[in-house]
Write a new protein. Structure first.
Length: 232
């Protein structure tokens, strides 16, 4: 019997390879009439505000971002920029080769799976089209819940939807948003994914002082599920 009843994953940098902004994001800035470096700076410093959904829809949020950047594009330009940003974020998203096999193996063993992501409006829109979608029993998005990690509400929402206790869950993440200690405080076992490509990962509030368990690949997570707990 598996040691855990559920395994919950971060999305960006965990189920996906490292995230870097590609040149596709330049189109968004051009449509908004905003210098690319100015837009990037505003996006970086407002990530948690945007990821908590506090500014409303994707269009309303981007219009707020524009105000922070000092530009005032037309409604048509904002709509076009929202679509361009969606395409750019989607283009930056590359699943790890072992993501689908690992999730499928967990489900084969009777372990439920889910994703908990600090994200803006794009991910909920395109994740259903990804190969991992049918293998996830629950999806918790900060932009929909109105909270960001390490707030326990995200972890507990996943547990509630899965009808499992936090202590029966394993949480796996790259350590952004101090998510690992957040999972621990919520009552879960947490493990950091330290894949080699993450050295160049775009991440906010990284948990660099993490001294808990670490794995080098998602394949190792499957092995942890059946590991016998060490004696007290």
């Amino acid at each position: 019997m598996s040691r855990y009843h559920a395994v919950l994953f971060d999305f960006f940098g965990t189920l996906t390879r490292c995230v870097r902004r590609s040149s596709a994001h330049r189109t968004t800035a051009e449509l908004l009439g905003c210098p690319e470096d100015t837009l990037t700076a505003v996006l970086d410093r407002t990530f948690y505000q945007r990821a908590s959904g506090r500014h409303g829809t994707a269009e309303a949020t981007l219009r707020w971002v524009c105000a922070q950047a000092g530009v005032h594009p037309s409604d048509a330009a904002v709509r076009a920029a929202v679509a361009a940003r969606h395409r750019a974020v989607r283009a930056d998203t590359r699943l790890r080769e072992e993501a689908v096999p690992a999730l499928a193996e967990l489900r084969r063993r009777g372990v439920r799976t889910g994703v908990i992501s600090d994200c803006t409006h794009e991910l909920p829109a395109f994740l259903p089209q990804l190969a991992v979608a049918p293998l996830l029993d629950v999806r918790v998005y900060s932009v929909q819940l109105g909270r960001c990690k390490p707030d326990p509400a995200l972890y507990l929402a996943a547990c509630h939807r899965l009808d499992v206790r936090p202590q029966d869950c394993l949480y796996v993440g790259d350590g952004g948003s101090r998510e690992l200690s957040g999972a621990q405080r919520a009552g879960m076992t947490a493990v950091r994914l330290a894949a080699p490509d993450l050295a160049d990962h775009l991440v906010f509030d990284a948990e660099r002082d993490w001294d808990g368990p670490v794995v080098g690949s998602l394949s190792e997570v499957v092995e942890l599920v059946d590991a016998v707990p060490a004696p007290c």
